[in-house]
Design a binder for this molecule. Structure first.
Ligand code: ADP
Ligand code: MG
Length: 211
């Protein structure tokens, strides 16, 4: 049965699973960024999630807010570059929306994904359709809000499916932000690398909550 909610230790375990999934996907993320950017996204994400995994394993994480913000801080301080700032912002801004919550449920997930997505859009300036990670995050946030009354495991399954659909939709978009912008129409036919990472993170979270 899918999990109804997770306490701080449960969120630490779920985020550790997401970090492992990104580390395992490094070659695939490298290829995705090679098609549209400079090919460093896999290495950067893997470095950020290795730092996040260490922080999660170090102990002392006593709230769901801190579990998410710790991942964001580890990514920001270890990755650098555009994606360090935007992925770090996602987990930090999303985590702050969970202040005071003792557990993560469907409603908390909606607050997390919505606030994290808004944080990324404010920080990076990308809108839906610009062919960035926002194209996976925005549909994920919509799905999370629609699923906020569901048990966490079911809500996460909806969010993961929406993020994957958003990643797939980014294939058909023309890049207007970041390094891929210089490719113009030639950027069509490949998914955005950051959107691929977002889809992997939510898939791993959903699988963990379901398992
Ligand atoms: P860099 O662009 O510095 O080489 P990465 O290759 O690690 O960094 O990450 C590229 C990804 O970061 C893009 O695929 C995109 O999803 C995301 N990204 C870059 N700039 C922005 C932005 N301003 N807003 C949202 N996401 C962005
Ligand atoms: Mg890159």
């Amino acid at each position: 049965m899918a999990n109804n909610e997770l306490d701080a230790a449960g969120v630490v375990a779920m985020l550790t699973a997401a970090a492992e999934a990104i580390i395992a996907a490094e070659p695939e993320l490298t290829d995705a960024d090679r098609n549209l950017g400079d090919g460093d996204h896999g290495i950067g994400m893997s470095r950020g999630m290795t730092a996040a995994r260490e922080k999660l394993a170090a102990g002392g994480i006593d709230s769901v807010e801190k579990a998410f913000t710790s991942v964001g801080m580890a990514m920001m301080s270890s990755m650098g570059g555009a994606s360090g700032a935007v992925f770090g912002t996602f987990f930090r801004a999303g985590g702050k929306a969970l202040a005071g919550r003792g557990a993560l449920d469907g409603a908390g997930l909606a607050d997390f994904v919505k606030a994290g997505t808004e944080g990324v859009m404010t920080r990076g300036g990308a809108k839906p359709g610009d062919k960035t990670m926002v194209d996976a995050l925005a549909p994920a946030a919509e799905a999370a809000v629609a699923a906020k009354g569901k048990p966490l495991g079911e809500a996460l399954a909806d969010v993961a499916a929406a993020a994957a659909a958003g990643r797939d939709a980014s294939e058909g978009m023309v890049a207007t932000m970041g390094r891929a912008k210089t490719l113009g129409e030639k950027s069509v036919g490949h998914p955005d690398a950051g959107a691929c990472s977002v889809a992997i993170i939510f898939r791993a979270m959903a699988d963990h909550a379901a398992g």
